[in-house]
Design a protein around this ligand. Structure first.
Ligand SMILES: Cc1ncc(COP(=O)(O)O)c(C=O)c1O
Length: 361
C-alpha cells in the first residue's frame, strides 16, 4: 500500500523548501555504484522503443533472464517491479492464511490484507539478534499457509544460508513459500535458492535495488510452471514497459560485465560498512546490527527516539528510514542505506553529534 513505506525525498524537500537533489537519500536501498554506465548508455541509444508497445507478455526478456539465471523460461514470470508480483500472489493463490516472518517489508502483509487473506506475523526479536525464529515458525505453520520470507531481510539485513532455507521449505510441502531475494546480490554470489527450489517455493527477485533502476520497474518470480502459469493468467498485458525490457535483455546478454559490477558493488559495500561501523562505535547509545546487505539497522538507546533522530538528520538534509512502523520493531530503530563515502562519513558525524546532544537532555 502506498502509505506503508519509508522516506520520501520529495516530501522532505517540500518541507525544507529545498531542491530534492540537495537531499542525501539514505532511506532508499539502491546500489550506490549503480546504474552500470553501459546500461545507461544502452538505454539512451534505445530510447525510441517507447514509441511502440512493448512485447505484451515480456516473453523475450523473460527467456533471456531465465537463461542467464539458470532457470527454465516457463518457470519465470516478469512483473512491473517485484511489487506487482507480491500483490498478485495472495490474490490469485487465495490461501486460507498467510504467515509473514518479520520484522520485514510491510507490503507482504498489505498485499494479503488487500486480498482478504488473514496474516499471522512470526517476528524475530532483538535478543536473538533478529535471526528468523525458525522453531517458532514451524510451530505456527498450518497446512495451506502462504509463507513470506525475505532473504536477506529488509530491514534487519539478516541472511539465512541457502541450505537452511531449503530445509525449511522442504519440511513443509503442505505450505507455499515466497522467498524474496531482492537484496541477495548485495550479499554474495551463488546464494539464490531459485535454481534448486522445491515445488512449493516461489522466489522473487528485483532489478530495482542492485542495478539502481527502481524507476524502470522490473521484478521476477520463479517457480514451478504450473504455479507460474496460474499467476501469469492474471497479470495485465504490457505490464513490463519497453525500456525495462531493453534493460533486462541488455543485462542478460552481458553476464561478465554484470558479474564484475556486482563484485565491485560488494567490495565497496563491505569497506563502507566496516568504516561506518568503526565511526559509529564511538557514538553514545547506539547498537549496530550486523548486516549482509546494503543497509544497516541501528538501535538507539533512550532517551533518543527514531522520530527525533530522523528529524534532526532531516534538518541536515539527510533522509534515513524511521523503522518504528515495522511490526516487531519499536520507536528506537532506524535504517541507513549506504551511499558514497562522503555521505557515509557525513551521516556518522551527524549521528554522533545528535546522539551526544540527546544524551545531555
Ligand atoms: C524486500 C523488498 N522486496 C520488494 C521490494 C519492491 O521492489 P520493486 O517493486 O522495486 O522490485 C522492496 C522495495 O523496497 C523491498 O524492500
Amino acid at each position: 500500500m502506498i502509505r506503508g513505506h519509508g522516506g520520501n525525498v520529495l516530501e522532505l524537500a517540500r518541507r525544507l523548501g529545498c531542491d530534492p537533489a540537495d537531499i542525501c537519500d539514505m532511506s532508499s536501498n539502491v546500489n550506490p555504484l549503480g546504474p552500470m554506465p553501459e546500461l545507461l548508455a544502452h538505454l539512451h541509444r534505445r530510447f525510441e522503443v517507447i514509441q511502440a508497445l512493448p512485447e505484451v507478455d515480456a516473453a523475450t526478456m523473460t527467456a533471456a533472464f531465465a537463461d542467464a539465471s539458470g532457470l527454465a523460461p516457463e518457470g519465470v514470470l516478469a512483473g512491473n517491479g517485484s511489487t506487482e508480483l507480491i500483490y498478485l500472489l495472495p490474490r490469485i493463490l487465495a490461501p486460507p492464511r498467510a504467515v509473514v516472518v518479520g520484522p520485514t517489508y510491510a507490503d507482504y502483509a498489505d498485499a494479503c490484507r488487500l486480498a482478504g487473506v488473514p496474516v499471522q506475523q512470526v517476528t524475530a526479536d532483538d535478543a536473538g539478534a533478529f535471526q528468523p525464529p525458525l522453531d517458532r515458525l514451524q510451530e505456527a505453520l498450518q497446512s495451506g499457509d502462504l509463507v513470506f520470507v525475505c532473504n536477506p531481510n529488509n530491514p534487519t539485513g539478516v541472511l539465512l544460508a541457502p541450505d537452511i532455507l531449503i530445509d525449511l521449505v522442504s519440511s513443509r510441502p503442505d505450505c507455499v513459500f515466497m522467498v524474496d531475494e531482492s537484496y541477495l546480490s548485495f550479499a554474495g554470489e551463488g546464494l539464490s535458492i531459485a535454481p534448486r527450489a522445491p515445488e512449493n517455493t516461489l522466489v522473487l527477485s528485483s532489478m530495482s535495488k542492485v542495478h539502481r533502476i527502481p524507476g524502470l520497474r522490473i521484478g521476477f518470480l520463479s517457480g514451478t510452471p504450473s504455479l507460474i502459469d496460474r499467476l501469469a493468467a492474471h497479470r495485465p498485458p504490457w505490464s513490463v514497459n519497453a525500456l525495462a525490457q531493453e534493460a533486462v535483455t541488455f543485462l542478460s546478454a552481458n553476464p561478465a560485465a554484470v558479474a564484475q559490477f556486482l563484485k565491485e558493488t560488494r567490495s565497496f559495500l563491505e569497506t563502507e560498512k566496516q568504516r561506518l561501523e568503526e565511526r559509529l562505535q564511538g557514538c553514545q547509545g547506539l547498537r549496530i546490527l550486523p548486516s549482509r546487505t546494503s543497509f544497516v539497522l541501528l538501535q538507539l538507546a533512550p532517551p533518543a527516539t527514531a522520530a527525533e533522530v530522523c528529524l534532526a538528520l532531516a534538518r541536515e538534509r539527510i533522509l534515513v528510514r524511521d523503522c518504528s512502523n515495522f511490526i516487531g520493531l519499536d520507536a528506537r530503530f532506524i535504517r541507513i542505506s549506504l551511499k558514497d563515502g562522503d555521505a557515509n562519513r557525513r551521516v556518522a558525524e551527524c549521528l554522533d553529534r545528535i546522539l551526544e546532544m540527546a544524551g545531555k537532555m
